[in-house]
Design a protein around this ligand. Structure first.
Ligand SMILES: Cc1ncc(COP(=O)(O)O)c(C=O)c1O
Length: 465
């Protein structure tokens, strides 16, 4: 076993619930195969154990004078530093703002940049809605093109700068796509942006969990100015996300949320705002989330992001090879990519593929458009004229164009890929039979096996409040 495999195996051993069996039709239980890590990753047992101890010392942060408050405050502050170091942020010049998730981070930045209506934000044509809609709401958006395989065309950014001199105030790009897994050349894009005096934001939601990342020093031309990512996609429990950027960008202007913790002094007619990041972390903060995220990042550093990323690359190659050799499978996108692979199977609705994988095979994956509808349409060769809003209004996932997505993490195995491929083959060879055995339910929002009692099925988990 090489060092990559050793790291990946250790990660697998530490995944909470990795041995959990789920109910499947015709058999009683099957080991859950989780291939939806781009949505959320499971937490880690060692981190949960560490947190179990932490809760004994938990108390209000930055507000109390008791010992537990002091400990909690210290841990909360330290978590910011650990997060900054994980991505090579500059602890002197940058600030780490703890938020809920990437969506909140990007919305916050869109507010804090004080954009004017005529300003332009250049985003790519492959963004998740969370890195598109906040910019559309506050400025004008121009899209950096992608080619027919969905790969970014970096030179187009240069053209946009020439076309709109001085108007582009931010370049906002994903580090990796949540549809095709494409890894964007973010440092190259940073160099282009900086040569025009423009900062860059990297939406790291799908990159940080998969690769070691370095924002690089401020003095470098390819430094990343702003970075956002979600703890729940990088094995951290208890919901903390991150927005990192220069302190100066947060020192001016007013915060989007105002209230306790955000101020130094309040008089009847003036407010003196607190220093970053406090100014942007309104209310009592999520110290559990901060602890969980920082402890998780330390854990990942111990195993080695390069080892884990290397293992995942090999696993992704294996999955691509197996899927390519499976009749009826059409894969979207090209390398370079993280372990996110979207495909379709023959003429089967993506939602039916998802249902069969869930109910028959015990496999968790995702289908449809993955909150990146414009990009998915592009990859499918559709235009906006092909869109029927009524289908979306009525949640007809059986008719809405889309894809099936698997997203790997370094704890997944070749055996799990083999199980997926085996079931794709079974489905493809028995299409008529499966179409008959499943019925689309708009109420449930997906296909449901004919005759399966919903309550009885969900009660099998034995989990309740
Ligand atoms: C590329 C990308 N950006 C942003 C988000 C939003 O992340 P969150 O839901 O954690 O805010 C996602 C979620 O899947 C994503 O894949």
């Amino acid at each position: 076993m090489n060092t990559r495999q050793t790291a990946a195996l250790q990660l697998r051993r530490d995944i909470k619930g990795i041995d959990r069996k789920v109910p499947v039709l015709n058999r009683r239980r099957s080991r859950y195969v989780y291939l939806d890590n781009a949505a959320s990753t499971p937490p880690l047992k060692p981190v949960l154990n560490q947190m179990d101890e932490f809760w004994n010392w938990y108390s209000g942060v930055h507000r109390g004078t008791g010992y537990k408050s002091l400990i909690s405050s210290r841990i909360y502050d330290e978590s910011h530093e650990i997060i900054a170091r994980f991505v090579g942020a500059d602890l002197e010049r940058d600030t780490v703002v703890l938020v809920k998730n990437t969506t909140e981070a990007i919305n916050k930045l869109s507010f804090r940049l004080q954009l004017q209506p005529q300003d332009i934000v250049a985003v790519t044509a492959m963004e998740h809605h969370s890195n598109e809609l906040p910019w559309r709401a506050r400025a004008q958006v121009r899209y950096i093109q992608v080619d027919k395989d969905g790969l970014l065309v970096p030179d187009h950014l240069e053209q946009l700068f020439r076309k709109y001199p001085s108007r582009i105030k931010l370049v906002a790009v994903c580090g990796a796509s949540n549809v095709t897994g494409h890894i964007n050349p973010v440092h190259r894009l940073a160099r282009i942006a900086h040569s025009h005096g423009c900062p860059i934001l990297v939406d790291g939601a799908q990159l940080i969990p998969h690769r070691r990342f370095d924002m690089k020093p401020h003095s470098h031309g390819d430094h990343i100015d702003f970075l956002a990512f979600s703890g729940h996609k990088v094995f951290a429990p208890f919901g903390a996300g991150v927005l990192i950027g220069p302190r100066s960008a947060f020192a001016s202007g007013v915060p989007d949320y105002q209230g306790g913790g955000t101020v130094k002094l309040v008089t009847s007619n003036r407010i003196w705002w607190a220093d970053p990041p406090d100014k942007d972390e309104a209310g009592v903060p999520n110290v559990g989330g901060a602890f969980g995220l920082a402890a998780t990042l330390k854990y990942l550093n111990r195993l080695g992001m390069d080892q884990l990323g290397g293992y995942e690359e090999e696993l992704t190659d294996y999955a691509l090879e197996k899927l390519r050799a499976t009749r009826g499978v059409k894969i979207y996108g090209e390398r370079p990519r993280v372990g996110v692979i979207s495909f379709n199977l023959s003429d089967l609705p993506h939602a039916l593929v998802g249902a069969v994988m869930c109910f028959e095979a015990g496999i968790g994956l995702r289908t449809a458009c993955f909150c990146a509808q414009r990009y998915v349409r592009h990859l499918l060769g559709l235009t906006e004229n092909d869109v029927d809003p009524a289908l979306y209004e009525s949640n007809r996932l059986d008719k809405i164009p889309g894809m099936v997505r698997i997203s790997l993490a370094p704890y997944n195995t070749r055996e799990e890929i083999d199980i997926l491929v085996k079931w794709l083959k079974i489905l493809n060879e028995n299409k008529y039979e499966f179409r008959r055995r499943y019925k689309f339910s708009p109420q449930f929002g997906g296909y449901w096996p004919v005759g399966l009692d919903e309550n009885a099925y969900f009660n099998l988990a034995g989990v309740s409040l």
